[in-house]
Ligand binder design. Structure first.
Ligand code: GLN
Length: 477
């Protein structure tokens, strides 16, 4: 088959137009993307489960709708990959863990229900570090995802499968989830756009929880416009998630970079940042100034405590959220068990990975009587102080920019043996989750053949500003 759709040649909106004008059918689109998946997966391993039958059935419905002269929503016929910690009814959902290997999702997450109603095509479930814990997908029980720019290197994590799938053109858009950087980091490592929305902007119903006060589902795409179109569909109030917010998304009209006030935090350019990345950031900031934006230094004095606070708070929540995977309520049960305790120990012992166990233990310790005040409570106080830092900064600037990670995509195996070396990857992404702000990672050129991202942070519920800036900037860098 000669592909009628080239990776570079269309966006969601162009695809929509082609469908409506009957220049291409949803079936042809589905087949083209399924073909690409076949071609790329031998190397990349972006998917844990592929769902070609589902995508083709959804495409058929879209084609029937078009044939009968009915209007189709914008995301009809759009090939979409879904992170494997988000439920799609009737499809396996493993969260990258052996303990959920046999679990079939009994219902749709709210986000996938919304996409299904739009007529999006679900091509498969993407790889993730086990229960969303990690920064490289090396903690997945189903093998590492390779970076499409250099298969010897990681794609980033934990939504590494989603980022790689989008970067390699296996899907036009993807859903990811971000607790401490899991959308922005792989987006940066794979050279795509990734949005971590405001806490509460998107329903978490049907997302397998890691740390409930930090988790958010967001969008990934090659272009900002596509990530925005996907976000506009998935956001909003949901009665199944009490933390979700009333949110009618409206893109910003007539935005120009020239009145934008950009803040640069010294704390995001500290020791440990690779000099090549710092250089790239400088070049981007210069382009912004040339376009008329003002760039000023701001301070986030408590950002230096963010990583420590994050690893206390997130592991504490992990210890509570993962208690349900015990082989009885949820998860695979070990084969030969004699007593109840035996059942817990063996099922969890056998089917949970090392990093997950480490975090359950850390979190249980941090919450235990006598340590709670010293660790958990202190970390929560850091959160409040950090919130005040950001509020003070946003009194002076519209957005804050910096690198999403101090590192370039690293070699597979390079950091995996040392948990602390892996946690350092999250230095610049976790502050945002602690305070619930939205942030977007945008491709900002490369160092050699490796992509570099730019992190843009805004005030709560100003995703439209993030996208407006991203749409302008992606033409400049
Ligand atoms: N890398 C971070 C962690 O390991 C963030 C993970 C995430 O965002 N899910 O906790």
């Amino acid at each position: 088959m000669t592909p009628r759709i080239e990776k570079e040649s269309f966006t969601i909106r162009q695809l929509h137009e082609k469908l409506v004008k009957k220049e291409v059918s949803a079936k042809e689109i589905a087949e083209e993307f399924l073909e690409r998946i076949k071609r790329e997966e031998g190397t990349l391993n972006a998917f844990i489960t592929q769902t070609p039958e589902l995508a083709l059935a959804q495409a058929k419905e879209v084609d029937e709708k078009i044939a009968s002269g009915r209007e189709i929503p914008l995301l009809s016929g759009v090939p979409c990959a879904v992170k494997d910690s988000i439920l799609v009814e009737g499809v396996a959902c493993t969260a990258g863990s052996k303990i959920l290997q046999e679990y079939i999702a009994p219902y749709d997450a709210t986000v996938t229900r919304k996409l299904r109603e739009q007529g999006a095509l679900f091509v498969g479930k993407t790889n993730t570090d086990e229960f969303n814990m990690g920064s490289s997908t090396e903690n997945s029980a189903f093998g590492v995802t390779r970076n499409p720019h250099d298969p010897e290197r990681v794609a980033g994590g934990t939504s590494g499968g989603s980022a790689a799938a989008v970067a390699a053109g296996e899907a036009l858009v993807a859903l990811g989830a971000d607790t401490g950087g899991s959308i922005r980091l792989p987006a940066a490592f794979c050279g795509v756009v990734g949005l971590k929305p405001t806490y509460g902007a998107v329903s978490r119903s049907g997302l397998i929880a890691m740390a409930s006060s930090l988790d958010q589902i967001g969008s990934l795409a090659q272009r900002a416009q596509d990530a925005e179109d996907l976000f506009a569909v998935i956001c909003g109030k949901d009665e199944l998630d009490a933390t979700s917010l009333e949110y009618e998304y409206k893109p910003l009209e007539n935005f120009a970079l020239k009145n934008l006030r950009v803040g640069v935090a010294k704390e995001f350019f500290g020791e440990g940042l690779m000099p090549e990345i710092a250089e790239r950031m400088k070049a981007v900031l210069q382009k912004l100034e040339d376009a008329g934006a003002t760039v000023q230094e701001i301070r986030l004095p408590h950002a230096k405590y963010a990583l420590a606070a994050y690893y206390i708070i997130s592991t504490s929540e992990v210890s509570a959220n993962l208690a349900r995977f015990d082989g009885i309520r949820y998860g695979k049960r070990a084969a030969k068990i004699r007593t109840l305790l035996d059942g817990y120990l063996q099922s969890r012992g056998e089917y949970l990975g090392d990093e997950v166990k480490r975090r359950i233990m850390l979190g249980t310790y941090a919450l235990s009587a006598g340590y709670y005040e010293a660790y958990y409570l202190k970390a929560q106080k850091v959160r409040t102080l950090l919130q005040k830092d950001f509020q003070a900064a946003f009194a002076k600037v519209d957005v804050i920019m910096g690198p999403p990670s101090p590192f370039l995509p690293f070699k597979i195996g390079e950091r995996n043996e040392d948990p602390l070396a892996m946690y350092l990857v999250d230095l610049y992404t976790v502050p945002v989750n602690l305070v619930g702000l939205p942030a977007l990672s945008l491709p900002a050129g490369s160092v050699g053949n490796l992509p570099v991202g730019l992190q843009i942070i805004s005030k709560p519920l100003e995703e439209n500003l993030l996208f407006a800036v991203a749409k302008e900037l992606e033409n400049l860098v």
